[in-house]
Design a protein around this ligand. Sequence first.
Ligand code: AMP
Ligand code: MG
Length: 337
Amino acid sequence: MHLGTRLNYPTLAPQQQKRHVMTDSTLSIMQPDPAGLMDAAKLLQAGKLVAFPTETVYGLGADARDDTAVAGIYAAKGRPSFNPLIVHLADQEMGETLCAFNDDAQRLASAFWPGALTLVLPLKPDTGISRLVTAGLQTLAIRVPDHPVAQGLLTAFGGPVAAPSANPSGRVSPTTAAHVAAGLENKIDGLVDGGACGVGLESTIVSCVGAPTLLRAGGIPAEAIAACLNRPLATAADPATPMAPGQLASHYAPNGTIRLNAHTAEKGEVMLGFGPVDAPLNLSPSGDLTEAAARLFDCLHQLDAMAATRIAVSPIPNHGLGVAINDRLRRAAAPRD
Ligand code: AMP
Ligand code: MG
């Protein structure tokens, strides 16, 4: 079914967020018509996980402002680490409410959006974007997809949707609804069936923070981007820009030193608890790993705000989301330059 690029979909009124609970929910499969997209948008508004087609691959979407829903993405994919996620938007205007666009970013957005180009830009303050989406960074990766079904869903939802590829971590990216269902059937709430994806490659990622830098090759050739900017792109391998997409998340760590697997705080330490322990900050007093993941980056920022110089962290069980939480804490605890 072809929908044309800009149909006039009804837009959902903003509602209070409901919390997302990870259950073995049955998967609703939605058709890419206005009624189906409205249902899918309602699921997103309720903090649920919805897979949808884009021109690159199927994305696994959640409201980018809802910490618990975003934690659900990591749980569903079984991701062992918190890489920052790409936020999908209906248009550049929404992007400008979230990020600062310099001249390079303006030029690239005008030339390639909607399309398979993701821009990493400075995040504006107080946007409500979950810190789990940015992995605590002050930058945000955004793109406007060029697919009528993705456009329709994003317009109906009317907000930012965080969406990595809709496959279990380590498996091939899905380009049909059947691939998504095969990998994630019992782990997500909705799936919009929009047929096969056209590009089948992931988006090209360019950082416009400082000199324009290619962070990941993808659907739009780097040459086309350089031609548009009238200068070559720096690459993540350049010594001047020592960052690779997968490693960027490691740039955020709290200022204090961290001691892991601590049962009590020693003198001078601030305790970051997990489970029923006496601590000024607790990732999840009830020992819920989804809640702990949702709160992790906020807690790390709060420790900075408290000027904590030494931090003791309770043991976190190393299964499910605990694997990604422990990965992040271990990196934060590692000696720094
Ligand atoms: P995926 O979630 O598999 O589509 O991958 C998203 C990619 O975008 C990863 O390589 C991330 O590291 C990268 N990314 C997302 N946000 C940022 C950011 N703020 N800065 C740099 N890279 C980012
Ligand atoms: Mg992927």
